[in-house]
Design a protein around this ligand. Structure first.
Ligand SMILES: Cc1cc2nc3c(=O)[nH]c(=O)nc-3n(C[C@H](O)[C@H](O)[C@H](O)COP(=O)(O)O)c2cc1C
Length: 372
């Protein structure tokens, strides 16, 4: 059998960062964070990030506080506004399928694509935070049904974006002879990312999405997922790329980087972490096979809400860069980065880590050419 990871290995690893549109940063800890969530800060961050070599900026959707993030800027408006402040950066807008109609998103996305000249993309999220749905009085579907709805949502988006008179009749959405005009300029359509790693998420990705986003994990855990979803996509004659979350702590010495991680954990907010642990039972743990995000996360893992410590990008610039290249060899096409002090660390990452990643990638390419 051919290696499902092989078709992607020659591509450079891409970088995305989390837009800081939620209060409280990327760790559930009382550690000092020189990160803000206002718009002006995010404009500076986006400009620094595109200069540093980031291709994508991802927003998070959240309507209510709870265990953390008591303040939230709306994911779509906030991310789109960053497009006007940047030149090359692509945004990935988080869309919670239970709160939107796909025709509205198709229309909104086509317009944002024209305004930004093809730099608008989206992340389909299917939901795990039941409290948010309860507060808003939105129906809460059981785990796999959420994915069935999201699958229809994606089919409507793709149909509207690529067909002239599009009809769709499903369990959740009905569209009759809809002619969306203008179509997006990015072909065949804006990139469809999705978040989640349950069996239902993997199936949806293999058949429908362009990118599969997953929580942080060990190289082995991530490789297993990448092999599975890329094999699944190949079965549909498609390509599927994989992005993994990581909380990056790059410092001049490994001891310093490990010290920062230890301080984040020592100052973690136990009540907030416990609340989060309770809420995420609706994700991976709610599935029949127990596979999915946070299914096996410890309290220390949950201090970073998307298991970003597990990816272990903690160390010197050289250690972090080698590890990123190792992830790429194991099927991870994109690293989604969170930082403690966003602006300054994005700049440091661009100056110290990205050039090493490119150097190590070139070395690997030369070795591959010699052995080919
Ligand atoms: C990179 C990434 C980004 C996500 N962004 C959001 C978000 O903005 N809002 C949200 O409620 N859930 C978000 N999720 C959660 C997923 O949509 C999904 O509900 C969760 O991962 C559980 O899915 P699973 O049971 O398939 O693993 C994100 C997940 C990942 C991996």
């Amino acid at each position: 059998m051919t290696d499902p990871l092989a078709p992607y290995l020659h591509e450079p690893v891409r970088f995305a960062y989390w837009i800081s549109n939620l209060s409280g940063g990327q760790v559930v800890s009382k550690v000092e964070q020189r990160t803000n969530w206002d718009f002006d800060y995010n404009v500076q961050l986006a400009r620094a990030a595109e200069k540093a070599g980031f291709d994508f900026a991802l927003s998070a959707t959240r309507f209510v506080g709870g265990y953390r993030a008591d303040g939230q800027h709306e994911a779509s408006t906030f991310a789109m506004s960053l497009l006007n402040a940047t030149e090359r950066l692509n945004v990935i807008v988080a869309i919670m399928t239970g709160f939107w109609h796909p025709a509205v998103v198709a229309k909104l996305g086509a317009t944002a694509d024209h305004i930004s000249k093809g730099r608008w993309h989206l992340n389909i999220v299917s939901g795990w935070f039941k409290h948010e749905f309860d507060v808003l009085g939105a129906p809460w579907l059981e785990h796999d049904e959420r994915y069935r709805r999201s699958t229809e949502f994606i089919k409507v988006l793709k149909g509207a974006w690529t067909q002239d008179d599009f009809s769709f009749h499903g369990d959740y959405y009905n569209i009759d002879n809809w002619h969306l005009n203008p179509k997006p300029s990015f072909k065949p359509h804006p990139l469809i990312f999705q978040g989640g790693s349950s069996t239902a998420a993997r199936r949806m990705a293999a058949e429908n999405s362009d990118w599969y986003f997953t929580n942080g994990g060990s190289v082995d855990e991530l490789r297993t997922q990448a092999q599975q979803v890329k094999t699944g996509a190949a079965g549909f004659g498609r390509q599927l790329r994989v992005g993994a979350n990581a909380f990056i702590i790059a410092r001049e010495t490994e001891a310093e980087a490990r010290g920062v991680h230890a301080e984040i954990l020592a100052k973690a907010d136990p009540a907030a972490v416990a609340g989060f642990a309770e809420a995420v039972k609706q994700a991976g743990q709610a599935t029949g096979d127990g596979i999915g995000n946070w299914a096996k996360s410890t309290a220390a893992d949950l201090v970073q809400p998307n298991d970003g410590f597990k990816t272990n990008l903690i160390g010197t610039p050289e250690q972090v860069a080698r590890r990123i290249v190792e992830l790429k060899h194991n099927g991870i096409d994109l690293v989604l980065a969170g930082f403690l002090h966003f602006q300054e660390e994005v700049e440091y990452f661009g100056a110290r880590v990205v050039p090493l990643v490119r150097e190590f990638e070139a070395e690997t390419a030369r070795r591959r050419a010699v052995t080919a």
